[in-house]
Write a protein that binds this ligand. Structure first.
Ligand code: PMP
Ligand code: GLU
Length: 401
């Protein structure tokens, strides 16, 4: 029977997270016995380190199970401030930091605190799947600024200028990027910073992959390239990727006190606080030894090498070498227009469906990231799966005529 209850416009505007949807489908198929190789969701295939789990267990044993301060426990905010000072040389006070229920929630709080209907928010594209929906849920409009494969997905100042208008309220940058693995050059960050200062934009720097970078040199950051921006920048991070804590749901934001305070108002009226137990675990992660993210990154290097070499051997495929994160984003569009059993593959959704049906490979179509020529593969999975997966990919693509 059709319901008489009509849903709110805001929810009708958005789709469920495609990364989580493909992951759920892949897991269901696997549970039903299919030999699925899952390259879809981006989460480390490592367990949360034991000392972090122990801190969570201890919190339960000690009865640390009640509401906490809305922005998160003071010890954790102090530890985050210390970590940022030690690793980056940035000075934040605990009242300039909000702890929330995962990085995604931090972005949600920011958007609710900052954006109005009619505002435009610049989103370099390919983008992470949740940016447009989070912006739309605030009533604002995402404006997609194209990044080119030929430029290694770096941002070009002249392109950025074409998309900036009087309605632009801010820009989200994500370097290293999900899905491309690219890192913005110091030049790109300088031009973003210059425009942001001139026009009074808020800069949202999503640093969730900042511990996972490959190659030499330190990661350029907009706050280092342009320190004057600190008063109009929000830095987003969390422990999901760096400490393999995706299920614990702890993220954090550092920024100007009045914006953090506005975000705290939103949080006090929605989630109250992030989980008390998870905060104690995150405290152990942030304040304890920092070798875990380094070891995890070292484990990703041979996987990245293998997957890049395998992609280079497949005809008509190009792929920008990722400089960070744990995704490859090959351009497979040369295969669009080809057919299997008389059925033509027209786009990334059709190709990802074909790879799932015919090669039992779960991937995320580029369309989910605003880039239809590409398919995303997460290499935060075992070398055995990667080896078998690349074999299946090559053979499935070869079968298209
Ligand atoms: N930003 C980016 C770019 C991401 O890929 C993710 C993915 N999980 C997040 C933010 C949010 O992370 P979480 O909510 O799991 O902490
Ligand atoms: N960020 C991860 C991904 O892109 C996790 C899924 C999600 O949060 O949407 O796969």
């Amino acid at each position: 029977m059709e319901s008489k209850i009509v849903l709110a416009n805001r929810v009708q505007q958005i789709k469920p997270s495609p990364t989580l949807a493909v992951n759920a489908k892949a897991k269901a198929l696997k549970a039903s016995g299919a030999d699925i190789l899952n390259f879809s969701v981006g989460e480390p295939d490592f367990d949360t380190p034991p000392h972090v789990c122990d801190a969570g267990k201890q919190a339960i044993d000690e009865g640390f199970t009640r509401y906490t301060a809305v922005p998160g426990i003071i010890e954790l905010r102090e530890a985050i401030a210390n970590r940022m000072a030690q690793d980056r040389g940035w000075k934040y006070e605990p009242d300039q930091i909000q702890v929330c229920c995962g990085g995604k929630h931090g972005l949600y709080n920011m958007a609710q605190a900052l954006f109005n209907p009619g505002d435009e928010v610049l989103v370099p594209t390919p983008y992470w799947v949740s940016y447009p929906a989070i912006i739309q849920l605030s009533g604002a409009t995402p404006v997609f600024v194209p990044l080119a494969e030929e430029d290694d997905f770096d941002l070009k100042a002249d392109i950025l200028a074409q998309y900036a208008t009087a309605k632009t309220k801010g820009i989200i940058i994500n370097s290293p990027s999900n899905p491309t693995g690219s890192i913005f050059s110091a030049q790109a960050l300088e031009s973003i910073g210059k425009m942001a200062l001139e026009r009074g934009w808020i800069v949202i720097s999503d640093d969730i992959y900042d511990t996972i970078t490959y190659g030499e040199g330190t990661l350029a950051h907009i706050l280092d390239v342009n320190p004057a921006l600190k008063e109009q920048t929000l830095v987003l991070n969390g422990v999901s990727k760096s400490f393999a804590m995706t299920g614990w749901r702890i993220g954090y934001t550092a920024g100007p006190q009045h914006i953090i305070s506005a975000m705290n108002k939103i949080q006090s009226q929605s989630t109250s606080n992030p989980s008390s137990v998870a905060q104690k675990a995150a405290l152990a992660a942030v304040s304890g030894p920092q070798d875990f993210p380094v070891r995890m990154k070292e484990a990703f290097v041979p996987r990245l090498d293998f997957i890049m070499n395998a992609l280079r051997e497949i005809p008509d495929v190009s792929c920008v070498l990722p400089k960070g994160a744990f995704y490859v984003f090959p351009n497979l569009s040369a295969y669009y227009g080809r057919s299997f059993n008389g059925k033509k593959i027209e786009d990334s959704v059709a190709l990802a469906d074909y790879l799932l049906d015919e090669a039992l490979l779960a991937t995320v179509p580029g369309a989910a990231f605003g880039a239809d020529k590409f398919i995303r593969f997460s290499f935060a999975t075992s070398m055995d799966i990667i080896k078998e997966g690349m074999k299946r990919l090559a053979s499935a693509l070869a079968r298209l005529q």
